[in-house]
Design a protein around this ligand. Structure first.
Ligand code: 5CA
Length: 435
């Protein structure tokens, strides 16, 4: 991608309306554009990051055995009357009427719709267990949309729904998603800590939020300090095996978004081991048994012929919120520092003397060696402007090329995160970036 032709609209000024660093940087780096309160257009760079985040989420859901579907954003009120939530959900639900005066809504979540779909096809216990997920836009008419895509009204969510024969099997499905979440966030370089949580309007009695610690987070969190030294789960586990040994490490140590969850457990932690901080909720998982299947009349013959009402859980990840959370966790004074796993482009190629034949040729060679992975700053701008923009946009690598280096066959390769610099040949620089 040549910057001279790219649509990467950066802002010099810090936008006054943005209160937290991720919102400021997303606007300044031209990732998003607000089109109405809490509603955003994703511009080329933001969209590439969102796609990368989505893809990691998808791969880890697939690995854990969930199957991807795509349900519509628009739902019928009728479906929500069956569960009783049409009246309960309140003002956050965007209610619409179609031309035939029928009540429809923009989905804030999909428990009812997936339960209805499952009901249409499930014939016996052999259709269990199943876990279906989709990655789709949601709308919640938040009273106070703020912090950009962190708390939007329209936002992208991954939501998965598990169906099981027994409560015990449902707990296994819950643990599968629990572990998949640990892996998903670890792959993005994030420390997300699972914490006991309220179930709110989704319902049920077992629930964990996955929280990234950040000063600007909206949730107050309380945890045992052991949980901060966590294992990144580099190896994918066998999802069919017993997952208790993995999950019990987390479940046995106190971590909650509200100290009142378990006052005794919190009090039992030695004072020196208690951590209280702020955090961002990037995921939320729920086990709610037969709440929706019973209300919507789902039942299948079990192995002994007696009818069974399937047990359900639902599992959400705030995919668009994650982009903001990633920036909260990875930035400095100069701008964004993308983790390699989600970077929109791996490298920026900075041409310090546009028009110098050797410099231009070396830049072109770098660009050709990184198809769809590099942004080439070929603008007629001063070097200082190019350095500042590359730092702001946060590509993991900067290949800095000027006449002196080009004459010596040398690229100056800078690592954005550490500021480390190395003088390398084009081949070696390419190998380093590709690794
Ligand atoms: N149906 C369940 C799980 S699939 C559900 O809706 N859970 S949720 O309400 O907790 O939302 C899941 C995730 O979406 C949250 O953890 C959060 O990361 C994200 N999210 C929720 N509301 C917003 C919002 N207004 N803006 C951005 N992300 C949001």
């Amino acid at each position: 991608m040549r910057l001279s032709r790219a649509f990467l609209p950066t802002l010099k000024e810090t936008p006054a309306e943005a209160q937290i660093v991720s919102h400021r940087l997303m606007l300044r780096a031209g990732l998003i554009r607000q089109t109405a309160a809490g509603i955003y257009a994703w511009l080329p760079m933001g969209w590439r990051v969102l796609r990368n985040v989505t893809q990691i989420v998808r791969e880890e859901q697939d690995r854990a055995g969930a199957q991807e579907v795509l349900m519509p954003t628009i739902q019928s009120a009728e479906l929500w009357r069956q569960s009783g939530r049409y009246d309960d959900y309140g003002e956050e639900m965007l209610r619409i009427k179609d031309r035939g005066d029928r009540e429809i809504l923009y989905g804030p979540t999909n428990e009812e719709m997936i339960t209805d779909i499952f009901k249409s096809y499930a014939r016996s216990y052999r259709d269990l267990p199943r876990n279906l997920y989709h990655i789709q836009w949601k709308f919640r008419d938040e009273r106070r949309p703020r912090f950009g895509v962190m708390r939007g009204r329209e936002f992208l969510m991954k939501d998965a729904y598990s169906f099981d024969l027994t409560a015990e099997a449902a707990q296994h499905s819950y643990r599968q998603m629990f572990v998949a979440y640990l892996r998903t966030f670890a792959r993005m370089g994030l420390k997300a800590i699972p914490m006991q949580a309220d179930t709110g309007p989704i319902g049920g009695n077992l629930s964990h939020e996955f929280i990234i610690l950040a000063e600007t987070g909206e949730s107050q969190v309380f945890l045992h300090k052991d949980l901060l030294q966590f294992d990144a789960l580099a190896e994918a586990p066998n999802y069919n095996a017993d997952l208790k040994p993995i999950t019990d490490f987390w479940l046995s140590r106190y971590a909650a978004t509200d100290e009142k969850h378990d006052v005794a457990a919190w009090d039992a932690i030695p004072e020196a081991d208690r951590v209280s901080a702020r955090g961002i909720e990037v995921g939320h998982i729920f086990y709610f048994g037969t709440k929706y299947t019973a209300a919507m009349g789902v039942s299948v013959p079990g192995p002994d012929g007696a009818n069974v009402t399937p047990e359900m859980g639902s599992y959400g990840i705030g995919v668009s919120r994650l982009v903001a959370a990633l920036i909260e966790a990875n930035h400095d004074e100069a701008g964004i520092i993308w983790p390699d796993a989600v970077a929109p482009w791996k490298a920026a190629i900075l041409n310090l003397k546009q028009g110098d034949a050797a410099t231009d040729a070396m830049c072109e060679a770098m660009l050709a060696g990184l198809p769809d992975q590099a942004v080439y700053d070929d603008r007629a701008e001063r070097a200082g402007v190019k350095f500042a923009d590359a730092d702001l946009l946060g590509f993991p690598w900067q290949a800095i090329i000027g006449p002196r280096g080009a004459a010596a066959g040398r690229v100056e390769l800078k690592r954005r995160a550490t500021g480390e610099r190395h003088e390398l040949s084009v081949e070696d620089a390419l190998a380093r970036i590709r690794a």
